[in-house]
Design a protein around this ligand. Structure first.
Ligand SMILES: C[S@@+](CC[C@H](N)C(=O)[O-])C[C@H]1O[C@@H](n2cnc3c(N)ncnc32)[C@H](O)[C@@H]1O
Length: 196
């Protein structure tokens, strides 16, 4: 790939993630694929980005952060409304964990808190907006939390859970690339999460 630097240790990973895009376009080489991406095919540029991101996440991942967040929200919160920016939200688990924390902290499904959740990957944002997850993603949650914030699927949705609408309505998802010079986001904000 002339002009592109890929550390040897990452080659296999990059190969396995991008080769599917080559197949999707019936292209025989990475050079041909990169030409296509660089010729201004915006849709393919996004697919290229989506293919390369690592989206590992979980509900209440890094559990010790959430009591701290609850205390912070209560200290600096009501009656003023606050916005928490979840800056690399992946498929939404972190954003919904922040929303659950806010509901629990204020004891209400209408806390003075909104969550703006952003990611560069449009595929994960679609999943996040839908708020439907395989049931094993919530297995480790406290049963009371599970009942309060999720609906269990049945029929064609058996084996899945859905985030309840009143929780979902606290979160909005939007594409933001943190590497861009400016972010289309208005403050003041409480920032959460990292693109790790
Ligand atoms: C490992 S996941 C972390 C998800 C969540 N913050 C958590 O801790 O559970 C990293 C996320 O960062 C996103 N990401 C990577 N680079 C980014 C960038 N430049 N701008 C915005 N999001 C980015 C990826 O798409 C991915 O969904």
């Amino acid at each position: 790939m002339p002009g592109y630097r890929c550390p040897p240790a990452k080659r296999d990973l990059v190969y396995s993630r991008l080769v599917r895009r080559l197949r999707a376009h019936d292209l025989a080489s990475f050079d041909a694929y990169l030409d296509r991406v660089e010729q201004g095919d915006g849709q393919e540029w996004q697919a290229f980005t989506n293919a390369l991101t690592t989206n590992l996440t979980a509900f209440f991942r890094e559990t010790h952060h959430f009591p701290l967040l609850a205390a912070h929200l209560l200290r600096s919160g009501a009656p003023r409304s606050q916005t928490v920016w979840c800056t690399a939200s992946s498929t939404g688990e972190e954003a919904y964990s922040i929303a659950m924390t806010a509901v629990e902290a204020f004891g209400s499904f209408t806390p003075p808190v909104r969550i703006l959740a952003t990611d560069v990957d449009t595929g994960v944002l679609e999943t996040a907006r839908e708020g439907v997850y395989p049931a094993d993603r919530v297995e480790q949650l406290d049963p009371a939390r599970l009942r309060r914030f999720f609906l269990r699927g049945s029929g064609a949705r058996a084996g899945q859970v859905r985030v309840r609408e009143d929780l979902r309505s606290l979160v909005s998802f939007r594409r933001v690339n943190l590497l861009e010079q400016s972010w289309p986001v208005r403050g003041p904000l409480t920032r959460s999460s990292a693109a790790t």
